[in-house]
Design a protein around this ligand. Structure first.
Ligand code: PMP
Length: 449
């Protein structure tokens, strides 16, 4: 392997060099085509090479690319904040722009703590979160993340925020079935709050659908209503980390809308710039802003490139594109079509244990034994093998962790651009099946039945 100077995810592997992208396809320098079935890391929500976005970028860069936020605001940043306020439910009216999902969750944490300080409760500074979750890689965000694999190296530096079990119905931590479920996992939040003492807790943070840490774990129907009630009872804010689920990924602006709840703070990222620019946001409700506005009148967070006009212009153009092409409207039916086609693969590929998710955010969990739900032993490396086989066949899927301990299971995420057509969905499933054929052959050779 030729030596390079770029630190890539795996330093002992070679990566194809991308040449260009169009729609749901990417092409490398050798001209090989890849169907982007994961929108990268659930980011390229409107596909690649969209002319309208390129135009908006050109137009903005001819005006101004950078101003510093304490010196100027900009038209695209003002318009974007207004559009987000109008597109989100309830009183989620205030946006603070950052550059990544990790910064958005880290800012949400700080805003929640500040809210209670301004209201005269300086001790309310802990954030509770769930195991099997991912909220970002910076130390505050990682403190909230219940992702053992990503935490392990830094444990001494992290706060012990994950305290609650995930709503992981396929592997219910309370051994319940959908019929016997009494939302024990939500109830656990109540117990944790009583034990830790709500007077020391500022907020509870959760991903509406658990992405990278759990392969699209989707809660039972009444779960979030219960969680929100428990937060309100204990005077604790509810932060929805919609970095992966926001911007129409599940057919609505926020996935929280499916469960009829309005969070106090929302984190957005990924699909917000759709990969055309780094931009993310912490969206804050009037309720939370009110004591801050009548108190210190500023949020103690920010970055040099916060509310960058170039990135804001991109996110605004992405929102307009989603609207003009009515892209949220078909997400549900496209997702059902895709899910049904994948369901058919179950018959021949018994290692498909669970298919879950919502809209165009689907997760597949793989098991060695479907009856017992026994995961594959780690030596089989099922997730990374499948991801590599798929890529070699021209299909991009996203690797996820799974299992109640957050490390023992195998899962992938399938989340193509919302613009995907029916024909492209069929092609995606054909390529997925070819990948499964190869995986099955390899596993059989290794003695797996
Ligand atoms: N929250 C969630 C739910 C995410 O999925 C991610 C990224 N996978 C993050 C936060 C962190 O975002 P970023 O990688 O942009 O920092």
């Amino acid at each position: 392997m030729e030596r390079t100077y770029l630190i890539k995810p795996a330093l002992d592997e070679e990566y194809p060099i991308v040449s260009y992208g169009k729609g749901v396809y990417l092409y490398d320098l050798d001209g090989k085509q890849y169907l982007d079935a994961s929108s990268g890391a659930v980011t390229a929500n409107i596909g690649h090479g969209v002319e309208e976005i390129i135009e908006a970028m050109k137009e903005q860069s001819e005006k101004i690319s950078f101003v510093y936020r304490s010196q100027f605001s900009s038209e695209p940043a003002e318009k974007l904040a207004e559009k987000i306020a109008l597109s989100t439910p309830g009183d989620l009216n205030w946006s603070f722009f950052v550059n990544s999902g990790s910064e958005a969750t880290e800012t949400a944490m700080k805003v929640a703590i500040q809210y209670w300080q301004e209201k005269g409760f300086p001790l309310k500074s802990k954030i509770l979160s769930r195991w099997v979750s991912y909220h970002g890689i910076t130390l505050g965000a990682l403190s909230m993340s219940g992702h053992p694999g990503r935490r392990s190296r830094f444990v001494p530096l992290l706060a012990d925020f994950p305290n609650v079990s995930p709503p992981y119905c396929y592997r219910c931590p309370f051994n319940q079935t959908p019929e016997s479920c009494k939302y024990e996992c939500a109830q656990e939040l109540d117990t944790a709050l009583s034990r830790i003492g709500p007077e020391s807790v500022a907020a509870f943070i959760a991903e509406p659908i658990v992405g990278a840490a759990g392969g699209c774990i989707t809660p039972p129907k009444g779960y979030y209503k219960k969680v929100k009630e428990i937060c309100e009872t204990h005077n604790v804010l509810f932060i929805a980390d919609e970095v992966m689920t926001g911007f129409g990924r599940t057919g609505t602006m926020l996935a929280s809308e499916h469960w009829g709840i309005i969070p106090d703070i929302v984190c957005l990222g990924k699909g917000m710039g759709a990969g055309y620019a780094p931009i993310a946001a912490t969206v804050v409700s009037e309720k939370v802003m009110e004591p801050i506005m009548s108190g210190s009148k500023q949020i103690m967070s920010g970055h040099t490139l916060s509310a960058n006009p170039q990135s804001a212009a991109v996110a605004l153009a992405v929102m307009e594109y989603l609207e003009n092409n009515n892209l949220f409207a078909d997400v549900d039916s496209k997702g059902i079509y895709l899910k049904n086609l994948i369901e058919k693969l179950r018959v021949q590929y018994p290692f498909i244990g669970d298919i879950r998710g919502k809209g165009l955010l689907l997760g597949l969990e793989f098991v060695e034994d479907r009856e017992t739900k026994q995961s594959f032993s780690k030596e089989f490396n099922v997730t990374s093998r499948l991801v590599k086989i798929a890529q070699s066949l021209g299909l991009l899927v996203y690797p996820a962790s799974a299992g109640l301990d957050g490390t023992s299971g195998d899962a992938i995420i399938i989340a193509p651009p919302l613009t995907i057509t029916k024909r492209e969905i069929e092609e995606l499933v054909r390529l997925l099946e070819s990948s499964m054929v190869q995986l099955k052959q390899e596993l059989v050779k290794q003695g797996v039945k």
